[in-house]
Write a protein of this length. Structure first.
Length: 108
């Protein structure tokens, strides 16, 4: 299996930067009230302590200041299939062979 880096921390950091840039000049108490969080959480947000925030919470914080978040799924144009062993031991798929033509069916 291909190991990929977890994208959530980078997404959370991107949202944090956006929030801080929008309310960075505001007093922390005012910003916290407008964002729907308390002042200690606002401090955590400004300091980058993102382990205390879920991705969903950061999206809701942005919604509280009339911002929206768009998520785009981007990937390769073609995804290859991986073959995994069948869970029943010894099971083999039926052999692929020519299709059997049975001729026209007669109806009465």
């Amino acid at each position: 299996m291909i190991e990929t880096e977890d994208p959530i921390p980078d997404l959370k950091e991107q949202l944090r930067r956006e929030i801080v840039s929008l309310v960075g000049s505001w007093d922390q108490y005012v910003a916290a009230a407008r964002l729907g969080i308390d002042q200690p959480r606002m401090s955590d947000l400004k300091r980058g302590r993102l382990e205390r925030f879920s991705l969903e919470k950061l999206i809701r914080v942005l919604a509280n200041i009339d911002q929206s978040v768009e998520i785009a799924v981007v990937g390769p144009t073609r995804i290859s299939m991986f073959l995994f062993p069948h869970p029943r031991k010894g099971w083999q798929p039926p052999p692929a062979g020519p299709m059997v033509h049975r001729g026209p069916t007669q109806f009465r």
